[in-house]
Ligand binder design. Sequence first.
Ligand SMILES: Cc1cc2nc3c(=O)[nH]c(=O)nc-3n(C[C@H](O)[C@H](O)[C@H](O)COP(=O)(O)OP(=O)(O)OC[C@H]3O[C@@H](n4cnc5c(N)ncnc54)[C@H](O)[C@@H]3O)c2cc1C
Length: 116
Amino acid sequence: MYDVVIIGAGVSGSASARELSRYKVNACVIEKAEDVCSGTSKANSGIVHAGFDAPVGSLMAKLNVKGNEMMEELSKELDFPFKKNGSLVICLSKDDMPKLQVFKVFWFVDLKKKMF
Ligand SMILES: Cc1cc2nc3c(=O)[nH]c(=O)nc-3n(C[C@H](O)[C@H](O)[C@H](O)COP(=O)(O)OP(=O)(O)OC[C@H]3O[C@@H](n4cnc5c(N)ncnc54)[C@H](O)[C@@H]3O)c2cc1C
């Protein structure tokens, strides 16, 4: 009998299972594929989102910032390569310039405020 059953061993299920392993919880992970993270979690763009393009005040903005901050420590604990090489955000027409300016303000000056 399990206390918790996690269905799906993508990054969310795997991270949840890892967190639960710190407690006295009898948990199991059920994955339909032949290995962990073989779906979306394996084939995304490989960007650790910084939170600058998520809607201000959204859960996504908060978790992007928090997750980004956690990544360096996680890479050491779990022994995976991680390099902070920044992002290049471009606009394809002059009309998009105002959006780029907003990103710049939030990213460099106001990003922390997105968490609250
Ligand atoms: C094209 C693309 C690019 C992306 N780029 C980025 C990026 O650069 N950076 C970023 O942070 N995020 C990115 N994302 C988002 C990110 O990849 C996902 O949010 C994340 O991988 C979702 O993880 P998950 O564990 O919730 O889901 P999944 O990775 O989809 O894991 C779900 C798991 O559940 C299993 N499953 C499903 N149904 C069952 C069942 N009935 N029984 C048992 N197992 C089951 C699946 O096999 C799978 O392994 C991208 C997404 C896409 C689509």
